[in-house]
Design a binder for this molecule. Structure first.
Ligand code: FES
Length: 168
């Protein structure tokens, strides 16, 4: 069952992105809007979206499960994405992935997700932590970044600091 906040979020996303002429074209923007606001797509949102867009539940569920981007569970406070695409693989991303997996298995406050290119191919391997990108990351640097993020979860890092980190 959706909370009041979740219910309002789903309804507002539908109102913002449903088009009168082509209802179904609103599906992806609606799903993005819900995930951006809630961090995931609650299962109970599926029938509401389906009804609003005149789709079957299976069609909506099929889209949610097709795209890796969409989460079906509430993520942890820290979301780490590790790029597993070719340029990063060639620069040690597999070793980094294994390291991050070990950390995530020990720490329930981390949600680990694979991604396939963060647009930082020339400075691989790349990761993002709570949507902030970092380049040239190895295991030791990841540990430092994670500690810093977890220590300063509520404070914001400026773009300049991120850029500075990426030049290291
Ligand atoms: S391949 Fe990893 S950032 Fe592009």
């Amino acid at each position: 069952m959706l909370s009041d906040h979740q219910q309002e979020t789903v309804q507002s996303a539908i109102l913002e992105h449903k088009t009168e002429q082509f209802h179904q074209s609103g599906l992806l923007p609606i799903l993005h809007a819900i995930q951006d606001r809630l961090g995931f797509i609650p299962a109970d949102a599926t029938p509401i979206i389906a009804k609003a867009l005149n789709l079957s539940r299976a069609e909506v569920h099929g889209v949610i499960t097709f795209y890796h981007h969409f989460r079906q569970e509430q993520p942890a406070q820290t979301i780490v994405q590790v790029c597993r695409a070719e340029a990063c693989q060639s620069m040690g991303a597999e070793t980094l992935w294994q390291h991050v997996c070990q950390r995530a298995n020990k720490d329930n406050a981390i949600t680990l997700e694979p991604v396939y290119c963060l647009g930082l191919c020339s400075t691989a391997p790349a990761i993002s932590v709570n949507e902030r990108p970092y380049a040239r990351v190895n295991a030791a640097r990841f540990d430092q970044l994670l500690t810093r993020h977890q220590d300063t979860q509520t404070s914001s890092t400026t773009s300049a600091e991120v850029a500075k980190e990426n030049t290291k």
